[in-house]
Design a protein around this ligand. Structure first.
Ligand code: SAH
Length: 330
């Protein structure tokens, strides 16, 4: 379905937007069902060795107060989330060397004893690390390619290597992870053509999950004066991804909610089938400032879940009772 040129036309032209969003919604209903998978997101450290130009956690941002949850605290947060009904726990952080292979493995093992699926989102690591995490019980891994435009990638990540990021994604797939990737929409200098290539890339590597969000400028980064990505363009990249990749898991991202009230519900009606409520303690949540104005959850885990459940049922969708692996209809 859809060639690169057709994708470019659709992204450029807003006339067919509502048809595209409807087709994405139908594709989601057919291949992923009516239930929304909820993932409890724990943002456990904002320490980061990277220089990504757009991200507020970048190591050169000296204004950010850094925090690191201790392993016991991470496991106890996961326990509360499981108690609140979550079937998946997502562990996300900056690239923080404190969390060695052994420390991560212990955290994963302890969380797996509680029963949920475990998703990691902790950046680029060696294949041996990824293997150890998998052996410890990790089920899924999120690592956005961010952009497939190699020149833009170099500008945005001067310290990183596009080929290594690709290699990481291939390693994750080979090790049997459900592998998630995705992109930012609206990075300064990003072209529509490269967004079309991003979508085709998700298909080519057979991503199991794809997270797409608009770029939101952070004032304490080199991109602070640029404008944010376009909500509808990000939504269209997401919708086309659903239409092309059929049964993948697609989150309605927090960045969408941050740019537009009820942005997550709009995304759920345009191809998304996953929501990742933030269950991190309010002590830390505002310090995990990858971009400003992050849509804030309620103060406690149960309340956050109740609120999101109500919103989801208000659009006629149900909450999944399963772990929500790719293509699972529950
Ligand atoms: N360190 C991990 C997790 C990164 S944070 C990793 O490297 O994978 C998760 C995602 O936040 C990133 O992949 C990026 O796409 C997104 N992000 C970072 N800064 C952003 C910004 N300013 N606007 C929107 N999304 C941003």
């Amino acid at each position: 379905m859809f060639s690169k040129d057709e994708i470019i036309d659709i992204l450029q032209d807003n006339k067919a937007n509502s048809e595209i969003f409807e087709l994405a919604d139908k594709t989601r209903a057919k291949y992923s069902g009516n239930a929304v998978h909820l993932r409890a997101l724990i943002e456990f450290s904002n320490n980061c060795k990277c220089f990504c130009k757009y991200c507020g956690l970048r190591c050169e941002n000296k204004k950010l107060q850094r925090y690191r949850m201790q392993p016991d605290e991470i496991v106890s947060t996961a326990k509360t989330a499981v108690g609140a009904g979550y079937k998946t726990v997502v562990l996300q952080s900056g690239e923080d060397a404190f969390f060695t292979r052994d420390i991560m493995c212990k955290i994963i093992e302890n969380i797996k004893k509680l029963g949920p699926a475990v998703t990691l989102s902790i950046g680029e690591r060696s294949k041996d690390d990824y293997k150890a995490f998998k052996d410890a019980g990790a089920d899924r891994y999120l690592l956005r390619i961010e952009t497939t435009d190699k020149n833009l990638y170099k500008k945005m990540h001067p310290h990183m290597d596009f080929e290594n990021r690709l290699k990481c994604l291939k390693n994750l797939k080979e090790l049997g992870y459900e592998t998630g990737t995705g992109c930012l929409v609206g990075l300064p200098g990003q072209t529509i053509e490269s967004l079309a290539e991003d979508i085709l890339f998700f298909k080519e590597i057979d991503a199991d999950m794809v997270g797409i969000g608009p770029f939101i400028p952070h004032p304490d980064t080199p991109l602070g004066d640029f404008s944010h990505g376009n909500f509808h363009l990000a939504l269209k990249v997401m919708a086309l991804t659903r239409i092309l990749l059929k049964n993948v898991n697609i989150p309605a991202t927090t960045a969408m909610e941050t740019l537009k009230p009820d942005g997550r519900l709009i995304a759920l009606k345009s191809g998304a089938n996953v929501v990742m409520p933030n269950v991190t303690s309010p002590l830390y949540i505002e310090k995990y400032e990858i971009y400003p104005g992050k849509a804030a959850p309620a103060d406690d885990i149960i309340q956050t879940r109740t609120e999101i459940e109500q919103k989801i049922s208000s659009i006629g969708r149900t909450i999944s009772l399963g772990c929500g692996f790719r293509g699972e209809i529950s």
